[in-house]
Every structure is written in C-alpha cells, then in structure tokens.
Design a protein around this ligand. Sequence first.
Ligand code: NAD
Length: 427
Amino acid sequence: MDNNPWERAKSQLKEVATRLSLDELLISKLLSLDRVIEVLMPMKMDDGEVTVFQGFRVQHNNIRGPYKGGLRYHPNVDMNEVKALALWMTMKNAVIDVPFGGGKGGINVDPKKLSEKELENLTKEFTKKLSPVIGPNLDIPAPDVNTNSKIMEWIVEEYGKVKGHEELGVVTGKPIGKGGCQGRTEATGLGGSYALQAILKKRNIQSKDMTVAVQGFGNVGVFVAKYLHEAGFKIVALSDSKGGIYVPEGIKDIEVVEKCKRDSGYVAGCYCVGSVCDLSNREQLGGKTISSLDVLELPVDIIVPAALENSITQENADKIKAKIILEMANGPTTLKADKILSEKGVLVIPDILANSGGVAVSYFEWYQNIHNEKWTKEEVFKKLKEKMELSAEDIYKTSLEYKVSLREAAYIVALRRIEKEDKSSTN
Ligand code: NAD
C-alpha cells in the first residue's frame, strides 16, 4: 500500500476530509472517479513490425470546472499511477484556485526508443481515441514527464482534424506562436521557487546561501534549479535518472550543466566528456559524481525531488539530512516516509502547492486562448507570483490554525474550496 500512489492519494484525502467532517456524499465522490479510459493502440513501427501500446486517461472530478492534468509518456505508467495523479490534480487545482477539476493520462511507452514519426503517429492515435472525451470545456491535457510543446501541437492538429475545426483550448503547454503562453515552460520551476520563498518568509528563515540538492533534471528540475540559483540559493547537486554531480561550493552556472547534459545525454556526463563543458575540472570544483538516490541524502539545507513518485520512502527517509523538502515531483513521498519526516521535524512543502505553478500558467494559456488575448512574459510571471504567494499564505495560515502539516493544510484549503463549489451547485 505504501508504494501504491492511488491508495496513498485516497488515504491522504480521507484523513483530512474526516477531520473536516465533510459531507459523506462529497467524500465518497472524491474517493471515486468520474471516468476511467483505457485504450490499446496497435501501431505499425518504422521497421514494419506492429506494437500495441496501452494508454490511459482518468477524469477524477469536475466539481470546480473541466478536468485538467498532464499526459505522461513513461514505461512505468499504469492505472494506479494515473488515478492518483488525477486525484492530486483535483486538489492542486483547488489549492492554486483555478476553475478546473482534475484529470491525468499517459501512455506506457519509452518515448526515447521511438522515432519522431512513430511518436507523432502514436500521439495522434491517442488523440483520436480520446477526442470524444476531451475538449476546451471538458478535459484539457498538458505536458508532463517526457511530453512537451511539440506533442501538444500534434494533439491540437489531430483534434482539429477529428472535429473539423481548430480548437486551441483543447490542450495547454503549446508552442508560442501556436497558442502557447509565454513562460509556460518555466512556470512549474519558477512557481516552486516562489512557493519556497513565501514559506521561508513566513517562518522568518533567511534563504541566502541555503544549500539545495535537486533530483531530476527535466523541465521542472532545470527551471527550479535556475530560479533558486537566481534567488540566491546555492545549488550544490543536480541529478537525473543516470546519476548526478555534487559540488559542495555551489554550481555557478546551471546552464553549463544543462548544456553538458544535452551534449553527453546525462548530468553525470558533465565530468566525463573531457573538454565539452566547464565543469569537467573536477579537481578544481571539488565536486564528484553521485547516484540519483545519493542526491537526497546529501548534507544540504533543502532537497528538491523533481523526478517521479516514491523517491522518498521508509528506506531512505531516516537518512535525509535536509531540514526542508520542496516537493516538485508529484507524490515523491510515501505515507510512511512522510511520518518519519514529520517526527524528524522536516518541513515538507507539499507537491500540490510546490508544483502548482505549471497548472496556474496552463490556466492563463487556456484563458488567453478562449478570450483571444496575448499576455507578455512579465504579466504572466507577475500573475504567477501573486497566485503562488496567495496559496502559500493560505496554506501556512491554515497549518497554524489547525496545528497540522503544510500537506494537511493544503488538503484542507482544497477541500473547503471544493465543498463551497459543490454546495453552490447543488443549492
Ligand atoms: P521530465 O520528463 O522533463 O524530467 C524528468 C526528470 O527526472 C529527468 O531528468 C529524468 O532523467 C529524471 N528521472 C527519472 N527517473 C529518475 C530517477 N529514478 N532518479 C532521478 N531522476 C530521475 O519531467 P518533468 O516535466 O520535469 O516532471 C518531473 C516531475 O514534476 C513529475 O513528477 C511531474 O509529474 C511533475 N510535474 C511536472 C509539471 C510540468 O509542468 N512539467 C507540472 C507539475 C508537476
């Protein structure tokens, strides 16, 4: 049960809903799923062979608005993961106060093993299968692990073909110039940086030179590292699925690491490819390579899990030395690990707050699409900052009022908003 994200998501919700004495019917609705879609997609590959891919979309709840949540392409995608991620989206969208419910989807595939054409064909086949149940006012997918703006563009193309006209609002995270929003790519990472700073301010903690280790160096990991660095934090470790680098004196330029990951294919490659990047002088930097698990156990002030679920479990929670965890990944901490961390007095900034900047800017994109508006990046970042700070403050205040963790407080804030909407729609 501890490693099953769907059981965990329900258990987190049930505990807080019961404490709030929420209406039993509403609790039951939130522990259920509105719609579960599973599709099998036989595809002809470049070599002429046929492979059958499995795809999922789960629509958890739409009390507050159309279902909204990302699409993940990963070999570990399964129904339990997608159900949990959909429920967390309902909570997250309420926490950041956007008028959406929760959904999530994905395909069980390693996209790195497909050619560009195969990836496009698979995405368009998935879109065809989902087209009766997605749409700008129904269910709006977005990028997540291993999906990006190009994939969103293919979805818009195929959805338009099926419907006979283009509907930009069917997905968010599109390329700029194809209905995308300025700043969407950076939004999740930047939002995390805003959330962390807002909570530290409330706790009167000086952030300057606090050391940070980041697990995961994809869309979220890269930008959270960049923006924390820019805000004066000292980024000492970065990692991906193949390991990472640890530079106790602080990594001076995150973009250098980004470039050498691009060149060598992995973060630890920064030390291995000779003159390709400036970080190759390990002696001078005093840095070393580390495993993707070591990164969470380093002697740092803050760890930032920004990869996948279940990276902090009862196996490693006790070994964590950081006093603060900024959960940029969805569901990185198991229930047992959460308990251990709480006993150790670790401050956990929960996923449904920390990474909600992505969906906040997705909402801005959807809003601009349906109102035919175009906002500048400055406008987007200003609105994002306001939203993140407001949510962080609400959650912080609630945690003091109820004497609970920030995670429980985030659930309380979300459930109160959902309850309010539910009451007004049934009255
Ligand atoms: P991504 O595919 O761009 O990057 C994922 C990164 O995690 C890669 O660097 C990969 O190498 C690394 N990784 C995978 N397995 C790992 C492991 N076992 N150990 C260490 N690193 C590992 O994905 P992303 O969009 O950055 O998403 C990361 C997390 O953030 C996911 O949990 C996702 O659901 C969540 N999230 C993403 C967004 C968004 O806007 N993209 C929004 C909210 C939440």
